[in-house]
Design a protein around this ligand. Structure first.
Ligand SMILES: *[C@@H]1O[C@H](CO)[C@@H](O)[C@H](O)[C@H]1NC(C)=O
Ligand SMILES: *[C@@H]1O[C@H](CO)[C@@H](O)[C@H](O)[C@H]1NC(C)=O
Ligand SMILES: *[C@@H]1O[C@H](CO)[C@@H](O)[C@H](O)[C@H]1NC(C)=O
Ligand SMILES: *[C@@H]1O[C@H](CO)[C@@H](O)[C@H](O)[C@H]1NC(C)=O
Ligand SMILES: *[C@@H]1O[C@H](CO)[C@@H](O)[C@H](O)[C@H]1NC(C)=O
Length: 434
């Protein structure tokens, strides 16, 4: 039993024994292949089949009329027989729902960011384009598969600032290098997906913080103006101002740097696309508000004073220290992060996009990530979607690998992509996926 489950049960005042839970908490798992825990949901919620691996207690879902099987039954996925899918998706069956489908669901296609360290020291020659023509993995094939077979519609394409400028601390693009990166962007666009241009520098250039001792806001805005000019007319481009700022001493000065980038992007002619605004502390969703990032970034506007298209960028992993380095997951982040963030976003009439999340290809990560995604989908009025980390040039043995394997013309997804991340898994709607 996870700590979060215990907390939810205590909060609901439900007394449990030392053995299996009698009642699964709201948002808790209640069925799926191999599940031996509770199959009855807390009052006010019902057990809804997400897919063969996972069923979840959702508020307002019809309570099953069939008596649940014993928790220790060896019969697989008991919940799949207790709640018809049609019940779960019937109109009005989830009265507390404030959303529906997420508008953006994607995968990171990494490689151009290789050689970047979290102090913003990147090495242009460390970049490894995830494209066959540059001796990388078949990023184009991966994206085509993810769109056609799994239903994804967004890819995040990280790139080091140093690669774009061939190691110069300027905002002037090296067009030889840019053309290589643009080949990946075009491969992404060719699938019909949205493509996030993500500058993967942790608010820094070679250890120096942008606008706070490092490159000036003028240099940073020149970089973004030049990038945006290349994509100004393409509505499928999303601008990711910066990956994971952290240990930035002055959040208000950081907001001014973000403002400089936004202004440059809009003035370059990219007037309508989404721009992602990143906070401090590795863009942690959990501390976005408490750490001061949310309040500071609320002040960032378009040149016309509106905030149209300005979306907060938040990351969250599900392992014990939120680092995304462990194979096992321990939390769905709902109570700690997503619920409070949803309330704050709603009260400020704003939205956020979870552009990094993921876990190992393990049962615990299937359990918790499916819960997180279902919650995000229920709150899709404030959450645009999520992007999994990561496919592209990673070795399939990488702990968080979402790299599909290709044999002949067949692509096979990792467990976590099949079970939760792929829209075709049904993880967003609670319907049965394939
Ligand atoms: C950059 O990477 C190349 C190849 O990996 C290496 O030879 C070179 O020393 C690196 N340069 C710096 C400054 O780290
Ligand atoms: C751009 O980068 C390439 C390496 O990819 C280098 O050979 C070339 O000299 C650079 N061009 C300029 C104008 O700096
Ligand atoms: C926010 O997090 C940073 C570390 O990323 C820390 O230095 C700063 O003190 C925190 N600010 C607040 C208000 O918690
Ligand atoms: C950063 O976020 C993590 C959770 O994502 C939290 O545990 C930690 O305390 C935060 N650090 C700061 C300095 O806010
Ligand atoms: C996306 O790619 C970047 C760069 O390779 C990586 O640092 C990050 O962890 C990835 N995020 C996810 C969610 O896969």
């Amino acid at each position: 039993m996870s700590l979060i489950s215990i907390g939810l049960l205590v909060g609901l005042g439900i007394v449990t024994g030392v053995h299996a839970q009698a009642v699964a908490p709201v948002y808790g798992q209640c069925g799926g292949t191999g599940w031996t825990g509770a199959t009855t949901c807390a009052t006010g919620s019902g057990c809804v089949v997400t897919n063969q691996y996972y069923s979840q207690c959702l508020p307002g879902a019809a309570v099953p009329t069939t008596t649940s099987t014993t928790p220790t039954t060896t019969t697989s996925r008991p919940a799949t027989t207790t709640v018809p899918t049609s019940t779960a998706s019937a109109p009005g069956s989830t009265p507390t729902s404030k959303g529906g489908k997420l508008s953006h669901v994607g995968i990171n296609i990494s490689g151009f960011d290789f050689g970047c360290n979290s102090d913003g020291s990147c090495n242009a020659s460390g970049a490894w384009p995830p494209l066959l023509q540059y001796y990388g993995h078949d990023g184009q094939g991966q994206m085509t598969h993810f769109v056609n077979d799994d239903g994804f519609n967004t890819f995040r394409l990280p790139v080091g600032w140093q690669f774009l400028t061939e190691d110069a601390a300027t905002g002037v693009l090296n067009m030889t290098n840019f053309a290589e990166y643009n080949a990946l962007v075009n491969a992404c666009l060719g699938t019909g997906a949205f493509c996030i241009v993500d500058v993967h520098n942790y608010a820094r250039f070679n250890g120096q913080i942008i606008g706070q001792g490092g490159p000036t806001n003028a240099v940073f805005s020149q970089l973004w103006g030049n990038i945006a000019a290349q994509f100004a007319s393409n509505s499928k481009i999303i601008f990711g101002v910066m990956n994971e700022p952290h240990d930035v001493p002055d959040i208000n000065l950081w907001a001014a740097s973000v403002q400089a980038a936004v202004t440059a992007i809009r003035k370059a002619g990219a007037t309508s696309q989404i721009i992602l605004l990143p906070g401090n502390n590795w863009t942690s969703a959990e501390t976005f508000v408490s750490n001061g990032s949310g309040p500071a970034l609320l002040t960032v506007t378009n040149p016309d004073g509106s905030v149209t298209g300005l979306v907060f960028d938040v990351h969250k992993y599900l392992d014990s220290d939120n680092s995304g380095t462990h194979p096992e997951c321990v939390t769905n982040n709902i109570e700690s992060s997503w619920e409070p963030l949803a309330q704050w976003l709603r009260s400020n009439n704003r939205q956020a996009f979870n552009t990094e999340t993921g876990g190992g290809n393990t049962a615990s990560c299937v359990e918790f990530l499916c819960q997180q995604i279902a919650y995000q989908a229920q709150n899709s009025d404030v959450f645009l979607g999520y992007v999994g980390w990561a496919a592209g040039n990673f070795d399939p043995s990488y702990v968080l690998s979402e790299v599909p394997t290709n044999t002949g013309s067949t692509w096979t997804d990792t467990l976590l992509v099949q079970s939760c991340l792929a829209p075709s898994s049904g993880s967003q709607s609670g319907s049965t996926g394939q």
